[in-house]
Design a protein around this ligand. Sequence first.
Ligand SMILES: NC(=O)c1ccc[n+]([C@@H]2O[C@H](COP(=O)([O-])OP(=O)(O)OC[C@H]3O[C@@H](n4cnc5c(N)ncnc54)[C@H](O)[C@@H]3O)[C@@H](O)[C@H]2O)c1
Length: 270
Amino acid sequence: MHLGLIGYGNIARTLMGVLARENAAITQVSVLSLPEFAAATRAALAQDYTGKAMVYADSPALIDARPDLVVECAGHAAVQAHATACLRAGIETVIVSIGALADATLLAAVEQAAAAGGARIVLPAGAIGGVDILSALRPSGIDSVTYSGRKPPMAWSGTPAEDLVDLAALTEETVFFSGNARDAATQYPKNANVAATLALAGLGFEGTQVRLIADPAVTRNIHEYTVQAGAASYTIRIEGNPSPDNPKTSVTTVYSVAREVLNRTRKVAI
Ligand SMILES: NC(=O)c1ccc[n+]([C@@H]2O[C@H](COP(=O)([O-])OP(=O)(O)OC[C@H]3O[C@@H](n4cnc5c(N)ncnc54)[C@H](O)[C@@H]3O)[C@@H](O)[C@H]2O)c1
């Protein structure tokens, strides 16, 4: 496979390590980098991958290289700037910064681009799991999806939670947001990916209930959600380890993206 990557930060670099360990059949890698980081990206890529590799500074150049699959792992602005162009060019695109799709205009734009290019948008499970059954149950009728995101208090610093509670002084768990996935994604965009993934797989942004919790008793990012549906009900709880190079990203996200690549390079997709 010729793999295209948008962004070469924590997820992309860890991904390359996982793919190497798994002996994935990657014949070529093309990376779209911010121009100011192109030289550093070239150096990092040379460390991580010894095969044919190129770094580009704009999406037309990445598209001209004709990767078989593009993985966006660069953030919400990159979805806006580059994912639509890749899709319109007919390249299957994995969007990791799924929270960007809480913007209804952007969601419509990527869907239109995919339709125009005849390409698929792939939304990986990312930090959570159980998205397969949630999406599968949709035709059975889903009654409710209720998600709780629980993190150590300081993991919420730099978000509006800071203005609602004294994070550093918390001695017990505190729910600082309760509402739907649309409001959660809009007010907490840096933490929007999981809520947006559940919304898109299940009941939509308005129908998915979200609680965000600062909890001094935990050290990991804990995602828990309950689904009530016509064919089944379930609760899933995931205690994700933070990535060593970016504590905001659960390392499970990388493995979920690796699965998307491996499922396209092996004879059995699971
Ligand atoms: N779906 C999920 O559950 C989930 C979980 C965690 C993170 N994410 C998303 O993945 C993204 C990447 O995470 P990370 O840990 O690798 O972050 P990171 O900051 O380590 O890496 C991002 C990289 O993208 C590059 N970049 C930024 N804007 C770019 C652009 N317009 N074009 C090209 N490159 C660009 C940066 O220079 C950086 O190297 C996050 O922003 C987040 O939105 C999704």
